[in-house]
Design a protein around this ligand. Structure first.
Ligand code: NAD
Length: 487
């Protein structure tokens, strides 16, 4: 156990200053199982202080020109990039992800989120139409909504929080951000840079703590008219109920149970390594990860053999090891939950082809109490099994055979979620046909996770409400008004 002297202690960031909290919660290093950080256990009082600061800062910030806001956001991106290595180390330690993933995905993207919205905010236009027979002209204006409540999960901590903060402040809102209580460190580090970048006090306030206490205080505050939430479908249901009395604007980015459909004409040399990556990247803790793989029967055996061979190559190791492909899962409870799915699949008669628990002897000293698991491949599990229906959110993927296009579309759509899907085929006509009929907000064909930030991102069905992107986020974080002038 780490001694009390070595604990990192975070503070809330309200009105441009770090302020201590009256109570704290422990945060664990997933790769050792030790408490290493204390996170403010904020509640109504801290949220109230943040709302006051955000309200006071709103007029000044919303009156700045988009160019000024854009310059400040670019400066913040520079500062994050300057400290990229320190941010990457912190993200990897806090979340359990590999240092390589944090260095190449999380932190570069967090900085880029500011750059992207700093640029896109300069290019929006409003509409104008004329109605000559009435001597009227109509046009629209957009104004920031006010104080935005931004709540994010633990899997891509700074990446997802900045994907909300950036469009919110670019559009002239002030914000109260709450990262997950399990991964708060990089948001706290970023708060240290806000003043340096030129973000005025009160524009970005960060309140740390748990969902039921800090999160709920934000969601139910009457002066926070807009909530952007990324997290589980269950929490989103709760947020909808809590915010309903206030008619808040909601953007909900939720879970997935994403299929990959592999037709017999797929290029397996490209498909197999990409599908292994789409199943196990970031320990399978990405909402877009593949967790149901449908393979056309004629190539099923070959695919399985090669897929398992490739999955076995993925090295589970200490997150700080640059050669590791998989780090630790976020928590002991989560590891148990993920392993339980494998147990259930086995009890139902499915075949576990590789994976599950890591032999602790294979782990470096110091990591033996960490929350590690091997990339796990389950075959021939029934479509109605919980492993094929529920979001596992860990390094577990299921592989099943199919015969026809019609059949696989129906089976792929046969879950409550609708976030992302992947199709592998060299037949363009088929790709178009199938992509159109899949119930998913994103369909990748012959690739995975190639993101174009300008275009809408988000899910159907239980995977969410609303979309994020250059235009969509701008529309969400602003109110539109139609003005009619008679001359
Ligand atoms: P979670 O729902 O448990 O928590 C998400 C955030 O909500 C945390 O900050 C948490 O403290 C807060 N929260 C919890 N209860 C709350 C409440 N009652 N009121 C207000 N806030 C509350 O989710 P998680 O376990 O942190 O993240 C994993 C989930 O996130 C998975 O389901 C995953 O698919 C989803 N996710 C979705 C996307 C996407 O873009 N669609 C991206 C990443 C993760």
């Amino acid at each position: 156990m780490a001694g009390p002297k070595t604990l990192l202690v975070l503070e809330n960031f309200i009105n441009g200053k770090f302020v201590p909290c009256s109570s704290y919660i422990d945060s664990y290093d997933p790769s050792t199982g030790d408490v290493y950080c204390r996170v403010p256990d904020s509640g109504k009082e801290e949220v109230e202080a943040a709302v006051t600061a955000a309200r006071d800062a709103f007029l000044g910030w919303s009156s700045r020109s988009p160019q000024e806001r854009s310059q400040i956001m670019n400066k913040l991106a520079d500062l994050i990039e300057h400290d990229l290595e320190a941010f990457a180390q912190a993200e990897s330690k806090d979340q359990g992800k590999t240092i390589t993933f944090a260095r190449t995905v999380d932190i570069p993207r967090a900085a880029y989120n500011f750059r992207f919205f700093a640029s896109s905010i300069l290019h929006h236009t409003t509409e104008c139409t004329q109605m000559d027979h009435m001597d009227c002209m109509h046009y629209t204006v957009r104004t920031p909504v006010g104080i935005a409540g931004l709540i994010s999960p633990w899997n891509l901590p700074l990446y997802l929080l900045t994907w909300k903060i950036a469009p919110a402040i670019a559009s002239g809102n002030t914000v109260i951000a709450k990262p997950s209580e399990m991964t708060s460190v990089t948001a706290w580090m970023m708060c240290k840079l806000l003043g340096k970048a030129g973000i005025p006090p009160g524009v970005v306030n960060t309140v740390f703590g748990t969902g039921p206490k800090a999160g709920e205080a934000i969601v139910s505050h009457p002066d926070v008219p807009l909530i952007s939430f990324t997290g589980s479908t269950l929490t989103a249901q709760h947020i909808r109920e809590r915010s309903a009395p206030h008619c808040k604007k909601l953007s909900l980015e939720l879970g997935g149970k994403n299929p990959a459909i592999i037709f017999e004409d797929a290029n397996l040399d490209q498909c197999i390594p990409t599908t292994v990556r789409s199943s196990f990247a970031n320990q399978g803790e990405i909402c877009l990860c593949t967790s149901r793989i449908f393979v056309q029967r004629s190539i099923y055996n070959e695919f399985l053999k090669r897929f398992v061979e490739e999955a076995r190559k993925w090295k589970v190791g200490s997150p700080s090891d640059p050669t590791a492909s998989i780090g630790a899962l976020i928590s002991k409870e989560h590891l148990e939950k993920v392993k339980n799915y494998v147990k259930k699949a086995r009890a139902e008669g499915a075949r576990i082809l590789c994976g599950e628990g890591v032999d602790s002897l294979a782990l470096p000293t110091g990591n033996q109490n960490g929350y590690f698991m091997l990339p796990t491949v389950i075959a021939e599990v029934k479509d109605e099994s919980c492993c094929m229906q529920e979001e596992i959110f860990g390094p577990v993927t299921c592989v099943v055979p199919f015969d026809t296009e019609e059949e696989v579309i129906k089976r792929a759509n046969g879950v409550k979620y609708g976030l992302a899907a992947t199709i592998w085929s060299s037949n363009v006509g088929r790709v178009h046909r199938v992509a159109k009929r899949l119930q998913a907000g994103l369909v990748w064909t012959n690739c995975w996770l190639v993101r174009e930030l300008n275009l809408p991102f988000g899910g159907m069905k239980a995977s969410g409400i609303g979309r994020e992107g250059a235009k969509e986020s701008y529309e969400f974080f602003t109110e539109v008004k139609t003005i009619t002038i008679k001359h």
